[in-house]
Design a protein around this ligand. Structure first.
Ligand SMILES: Nc1ncnc2c1ncn2[C@@H]1O[C@H](COP(=O)(O)OP(=O)(O)O)[C@@H](O)[C@H]1O
Ligand SMILES: [Mg+2]
Length: 400
């Protein structure tokens, strides 16, 4: 038979504390067979909520659901009103009505309420799955801007100080230099507490990330232009806030809107994420085409990397989206930990390694320069160029 399975990317927005993106609300009798499938792992990312067909459905129960499958009893005005209310109160929510013995005229009435589709009761898991996927695909097709979104790369670290910001800034520079979209690359410093991107690039920002996050209705291309700082011809930068911002102060939806704007305006977007994981950092990571995890060749670093891989898995980020980069690698014949140890410990291949070059890297950063501007033939600069090319032709390739 094969249990139906929701593709993880449909559930990408789901992060801990946000609840599932698909909610099924039906009377206990109707929902029982679905609950069994969900518990078997056949419908992942879905929550089934038993509620009689005329029982009110509150905003808290809806949570951040993106799609709702709702039982509708056409014979009960309370049930019909519940449908109308949900559709009115949550215009962005995709609603699929579950109805017993639906007639054509009934379907017409329901569809007029703004319902995306109708499925029959008793539930057929396969039908629910198909209707859900179709409705989401249609909705995505409706709202996605005509311009395709730029590839998104998130750089994360195993432990603080292992070089994530160094990698993010240098990669953004290399991706900008090889830009063919004509839109350049953007690096955004999402390390809202300890961001150092503008320090490393020697920039004095006018505006910062918080200006974008607080803009709400005013968030647009013009505002973004006033906030970004140019760092060379093709590279633009969004600075982190200049005062330490509590991580929980960031609203996930607002941040995702800001990231979407980045991806509309630039040809390539690189995010430097904070060391701590919260709902919004996970959502940003989950949105990414590729997540680069920077590790050092040390046991503490690998231990933390392993824990982060587990965390990603637990929120539906696939292993294939995560790429390990070993930084500060010394060319020594004998070292206690080598790249094959990393791959084995993490059960994950290593995409690339970057040479340790002291004091070149920090000296360049102290001058507010990228290493390749100071010493283009250095091993670190060559390693970065190679990694950028690898990413461009692989995980960040959009078939163009
Ligand atoms: N490959 C490297 N060779 C030499 N020094 C490096 C290298 N990568 C990073 N560093 C240095 O390590 C320090 C921490 O790097 P940073 O990028 O700020 O780490 P993180 O963002 O992960 O906290 C910086 O002083 C930086 O110059
Ligand atoms: Mg950093």
């Amino acid at each position: 038979m094969g249990a139906p399975d929701f593709p993880a990317d449909q559930m990408k927005h789901a992060a801990p504390g946000e609840g599932p993106r698909v909610l099924i609300v039906a009377s206990p009798r109707e929902i029982a067979p679905l609950t069994a499938v969900i518990e078997d792992g056949g419908l992942s990312g879905v929550l089934a909520l038993p509620l009689d067909s005329d029982e009110p459905l509150g905003g808290a129960q809806l949570g951040r659901a993106r799609l709702l499958v709702l039982e509708v009893d056409p014979g009960s005005s309370a049930s019909m009103q519940r449908l109308t209310r949900v559709a009115e109160e949550r215009p962005g929510l995709i609603v699929i009505a579950a109805v017993r013995d639906a007639t054509v005229s009934l379907i017409r009435t329901i569809v007029r309420e703004g319902v995306a589709d109708v499925v029959s009761l008793p539930f057929d898991p396969q039908e629910v799955l198909q209707a859900t996927l179709d409705a989401m695909a249609r909705r995505d097709g409706d709202t996605r801007p005509p311009t395709t979104l730029a590839p998104l790369l998130s750089v994360v670290r195993s432990v603080g100080g292992c070089g994530a910001t160094t990698v993010a800034t240098h990669l953004a520079g290399a991706l900008a230099a090889s830009d063919t979209s004509g839109k350049g690359a953007l690096v955004a410093d999402l390390d809202v507490q300890f961001g150092t991107v503008t320090d490393y690039l020697g920039l004095a920002p006018n505006g910062r990330l918080n200006d974008l996050l607080e803009a709400h209705g005013r968030l647009d291309e013009e505002l973004l232009k006033s906030v970004v700082i140019g760092a060379g011809e093709q590279l633009s930068v969004v600075a982190a806030p200049d005062t330490i911002m509590p991580l929980e102060q960031i609203d996930t939806d607002q941040l995702l809107k800001v990231i979407q704007l980045f991806r509309q305006q630039y040809g390539m977007v690189v995010l430097d994420l904070p060391a701590d994981w919260t709902s919004w950092t996970l959502s940003a990571a989950a949105e990414s085409d590729a997540i680069l995890m920077v590790v050092e060749l040390s046991l503490p670093s690998l231990r933390q990397a392993k824990r982060r891989l587990d965390l990603f898995r637990s929120v539906g980020i696939e292993d294939s989206a995560v790429h390990i980069v070993a930084n500060r690698v010394e060319r020594r014949l004998f070292s206690t930990i080598d790249l094959s140890d990393v791959a084995r410990t993490l059960s994950h291949p290593v995409l690339a390694s970057l040479a340790l070059e002291e004091p070149l890297v920090s000296a360049a950063q102290n001058q507010g320069q990228l290493v390749n501007a100071v010493r283009p033939k250095s091993r670190f600069a060559t390693d970065i160029t190679k990694l950028a090319a690898l990413l461009r032709s692989g995980p960040l390739n959009r078939g163009g």
